[in-house]
Write a protein that binds this ligand. Structure first.
Ligand SMILES: [Zn+2]
Length: 167
């Protein structure tokens, strides 16, 4: 992703009202992110933990959605797969986020998906290393997972915002 300011991120949110847009808080690390490693950018609002934001670039434009943690807990001990990075994680590390869609003018229609609770899939994917001699080398392994991660994040955000298919 390209480096952007908080203002640009706020303006890119496609499914929030103006009051919510004004209330978006930046994550602590916004000014020192490894932008080139990001296939999407996500953060939990430090001032309102139930809210999170996801951003992607599509045809060089920034698109973002607000997601809400509905607090539906998975049963303890069960491993859950993140829909974005496809890595299984322990109880509480993957949570259900829902996102108000545009279809319903009252905003009561939502789409939900299980994503890493800290919205930090990129860090995990970039840290992948071969676990066995059968695995491809690290750069290939990371590259393959990044493609999949970018694709999943794009699909989810495009579907919430009803964006046309990527060219
Ligand atoms: Zn993840």
């Amino acid at each position: 992703m390209k480096k952007r300011s908080l203002r640009e991120f706020k303006l890119a949110l496609g499914n929030v009202d103006e009051a919510t847009r004004k209330a978006v808080h930046a994550p602590k690390a916004l000014t020192r992110l490894a932008w080139e490693d990001l296939d999407y950018l996500g953060w939990r609002d430090p001032g309102a933990q139930q809210r999170g934001y996801l951003f992607i670039e599509r045809n060089e434009r920034l698109h973002g959605v607000m997601v809400l943690n509905t607090k539906t807990q998975t049963s303890a001990g069960r491993a859950v797969m993140c829909a974005f990075c496809r890595m299984p994680r322990r109880f509480g590390q993957v949570v259900l986020f829902s996102s108000p869609t545009l279809t319903n003018p009252k905003g009561t229609s939502t789409q939900g998906t299980y994503i890493c609770a800290d919205l930090d899939c990129n860090v995990r994917v970039n840290g992948l290393r071969p676990m066995s001699p059968l695995d491809p080398p690290a750069d290939e392994l990371v590259g393959k997972h990044r493609e999949q991660l970018a694709d999943s994040a794009q699909r989810f955000i495009a579907s919430v915002l009803e964006l046309p298919a990527a060219s």
